[in-house]
Write a protein that binds this ligand. Structure first.
Ligand code: GLY
Length: 383
């Protein structure tokens, strides 16, 4: 006799929630995903740089082991998903070019070079002519580059669509409903209440609602992750392909990245603004992104501006994600991924799916857990 695995409700259908649902369904769990607008949150907006090296920063070294581990898993994760769904994810593994425009930008990039060396990250430093041999569309003002060999890129919209395409075959229901509340009883999660009035009982609830996590009622205050929205404006342009790989540049002190897709789309991002859930694209946001992108690749000025979008990264006080079971038994979180949600998807998916299957977390992932004592103490829930 086979014993049915319990039901899990996943709150949020970004690629982390969908990935967890897919993995759990493969393991025989019954899964319902609830989201009023599947894959329309940060997944829809993100550029999809998988850049543990190009986006490594001084002060965020505690993120690096998790980021590198997830990057290691991306090629296999993408291949498996592409095979299962039949979709092309526009996955690229040609590295990312870090570029500097003026002398101050050069010293920022040189500081990053020290960070790379200290952490034994594989890079090649390129001078003015070498950067243009690699990417001929770059402006002559780019005078230093670092090619980060292990970095990659993927189209998050395609990943979300591919995951959704797999779910019906696996028996996963995606409910286009908002979770109003998590239901708990005697220190245990018992299920959720949807905005259509339905109650879904479950053995576990996994909240993957990104910046929207604090808006879910019913989570005891001492278990609520301290997540805040960090606004990002991002552009999508179309035309002749200009770049072979993403370029992450510093332009007179401002960071800007340009991520090419195979179909000629170029994603230019992104502002970083502490504005709460302000959904407005602004003149300044669009102006600064275009100004800096054109300084790096002058022909960007000739492309069609196809889309301006606004997204909300789930920021945390210590810039680390929150992955694992909370103080409320059966209530799991996979949120707070800030600038790295797409990169951290494979590792987050397997930490949560393994955790729900075995009831434990491997030691190396405990520092990212919501109950890890060192991080619990100084965290503050934003008002
Ligand atoms: N990781 C890119 C961003 O958050 O804008």
């Amino acid at each position: 006799m086979t014993v049915a695995k319990p039901r899990v409700v996943v709150v949020g259908a970004g690629i982390i929630g969908l990935g967890i649902a897919r993995d759990l369904a493969h393991r025989g769990f019954g899964v319902v995903v609830a989201d009023p607008d599947p894959s329309r949150g940060a997944t829809r907006v993100a550029a999809g740089m998988l850049a543990p090296v190009a986006e490594a920063r001084w002060g965020d070294e505690r993120l690096l082991p998790l980021a590198l581990e997830s990057a290691r898993r991306w090629p296999g994760f993408a291949e498996e998903l592409a095979n299962e769904s039949g979709a092309d994810l526009d996955f690229h593994s040609d590295g990312i070019l870090l570029a500097a425009v003026d002398a101050d930008d050069r010293s920022v990039v040189e500081d990053l070079q020290v960070l790379h060396e200290r952490n034994h990250l594989r890079t090649t430093v390129l001078d003015r002519s070498e950067v243009r041999d690699l990417e001929p569309a770059l402006s002559p003002s780019v005078h230093l580059g670092i090619l980060t060999h292990g970095d990659m890129a993927v189209d998050p919209r395609r990943v979300g669509a591919a995951m959704r395409a797999c779910l019906p075959r696996l028996g996963v229901e995606v409910a286009a409903s908002r979770v109003e509340a998590v239901e708990t009883d005697a220190g245990r999660a018992r299920g959720v209440v949807l905005d259509d009035g339905r109650s879904l009982a479950s053995a576990a609830v996994v909240v993957t609602a990104g910046a929207w996590t604090p808006g879910i009622a019913g989570i005891p205050e001492d278990a609520l992750p301290p997540v805040r929205p960090v606004k990002g404006q991002i552009l999508r342009l179309r035309g002749e392909p200009l770049l072979d790989r993403p370029v992450h540049a510093f332009v007179h002190g401002n960071p800007v990245y340009l991520v090419p897709r195979s179909d000629g789309e170029l994603v230019v991002g992104a502002t970083q603004e502490e504005m709460g859930f302000d959904t407005r694209p602004t003149g300044r946001g669009v102006y600064e992104l275009l100004r800096d992108a054109i300084a790096v690749v002058p022909e960007v000025a000739e492309l069609e501006l196809a889309e301006v979008s606004v997204g909300f990264r789930p920021g945390t006080p210590d810039n680390l994600p929150i992955i694992g079971e909370s103080r409320v038994s059966g209530l799991w979180f996979a949120t707070g991924h800030h600038r790295n949600g797409i990169l951290l998807t494979p590792v987050t998916v397997s930490v949560v799916a393994d955790g729900l299957t075995t009831g434990t977390m491997p030691r190396e992932f405990l520092p990212y857990s919501p109950t890890w004592p060192v991080r619990r103490a100084p965290m503050m829930v934003p008002t």
